[in-house]
Design a protein around this ligand. Structure first.
Ligand code: PLP
Length: 387
């Protein structure tokens, strides 16, 4: 097993913070009771869950009762959309975008096969939607609008405030997949008219398999997972106690490091971006003119294959990605870059670098140095390089 890596794939998943692990550990072997138990040994854990819920709520400006713990982003996304359809059985239309994560897109494709109408909003070359197209798509049949806060491949941020206003004016439920926004940009749901928000712990230094769904007070909700009475009857199943405790700590730390994310992490991302653009020719920055999360850089190297770049980076123990982790293994060009109109041959040379608060300047300098060598080496042997 490799344990030393220059890890520039933080949009796929993140390292669990040591402080998070420390808080979680006693809940595996000392306080292992079931919080739903009547006895004190189990029941006392309910108080710890309450504290974690308060920390998570605080991170996004919500009330603790508006948070339910889930297994992660995918479950939260599915729960929001399916609930909106169940609570409004006469409505059969969903509006989303072409650049969502498969947690939304695959669900919508499945729903389409079940007879629902789906509008997939297009994006421009910078990855932005057209708000007029959104307004025009809304009808009396629209059950929910689901638009991500930040894109996992490009980091492009959508104008969530405006979108939420449009949804509210038309009295349509609005869900946002904020998996890639949490901990990277400030979020305050109390300022916006958002009904549902999905988040995932492993994208902000909590473990995998834990996440949450924000459900605005007053929004009707039908549970996705049915069984016991946990989470006020809104999400059944014995609580993932260590995960919840870890999520609470990670939320507290996300708040603490938010400024660093937008200064140090952004500085390193910008340095990587600028150096690549200045020192390697024939590159294309994807989504660079849009507001972006401070940690993400998506860039195409013309005349070479992204997979070949990744393999050579891997030889130096540098971990990056050529698209979203979920599509790795498929040679389909990224649906996000395709929607942005990037030509297929350019998409094939695209790399996503995603940094975190653990990324150091030495790592970025090393990556730039090796990247120059790698791209030259690949272009020297590429039949597509104009010589
Ligand atoms: N939504 C977005 C934007 C993501 O980036 C991801 C994970 O990559 C998910 C949803 C799925 O989250 P999870 O892995 O917690 O199911």
């Amino acid at each position: 097993m490799i344990d030393k890596v220059i890890y520039l794939d933080n949009n796929a998943t993140t390292k669990v913070d040591d402080e998070v692990i420390k808080e979680m550990l006693p809940f595996f072997s000392i306080y292992y009771g079931n919080p739903s138990s009547i006895h004190t040994f189990g029941g006392q854990i309910e108080k710890e869950i309450k504290k974690a819920r308060e920390k998570v709520a605080k991170l996004i400006g919500a009330e603790p009762e508006e948070i339910i713990f889930t297994s992660g982003g995918t479950e939260s996304d599915n729960a929001a959309i399916l609930s909106a359809l169940e609570t409004q059985p006469k409505k059969n239309h969903i509006i989303t975008t072409k650049v969502e994560h498969p947690a939304i897109l695959s669900l919508c494709n499945t729903l389409k096969n079940r007879g629902y109408n789906i509008t997939y909003l297009s994006v421009d070359a910078e990855g932005q939607i057209d708000l007029t197209e959104l307004k025009n798509a809304i009808s009396a049949q629209t059950a929910i609008i689901s638009i991500m806060w930040a894109n996992n491949e490009t980091g492009v941020i959508f104008p969530i405030e405006e979108i939420s206003k449009i949804a509210a004016e038309k009295e349509v439920l609005f869900h946002t997949d904020a998996v890639q926004a949490i901990g990277k940009i400030p979020i305050n749901v109390s300022e916006y008219k958002i009904n549902f928000l999905a988040a995932s712990g492993h994208k902000f230094h909590a473990p995998k398999g834990i996440g949450f769904l924000y459900i605005k007070k007053g929004t009707r909700f039908n549970p996705f997972i049915i069984g016991g009475h946990q989470e006020y009857g809104r999400r059944a199943g014995t609580h993932n106690v260590p995960g919840i405790i870890g999520l609470g700590k990670a939320a507290e730390l996300a708040e603490k490091y938010l400024e660093e994310e937008n200064t140090k992490v952004k500085y390193l991302r910008d340095k990587l971006e600028k150096s690549i653009i200045e020192e390697i020719k024939d590159v294309k920055l994807n989504g660079g003119k849009s507001p972006r999360t401070p940690n993400t850089l998506n860039i195409s190297f013309k005349y070479v294959e992204g997979e070949a770049i990744l393999l050579l980076l891997n030889e130096y123990n540098i971990a990056a990605s050529s698209g979203s982790a979920c599509t790795t293994g498929s040679l389909e060009p990224s649906h996000v870059l395709r929607a942005m109109g990037v030509p297929a041959e350019v998409i094939h040379g695209s790399i996503r670098f995603s940094l975190s608060r653990y990324t150091t300047e030495e790592e970025i300098n090393f990556t730039i140095e090796k990247l120059k060598i790698i791209i030259k080496r690949l272009r020297d042997i590429s039949p597509f390089t104009p010589h």
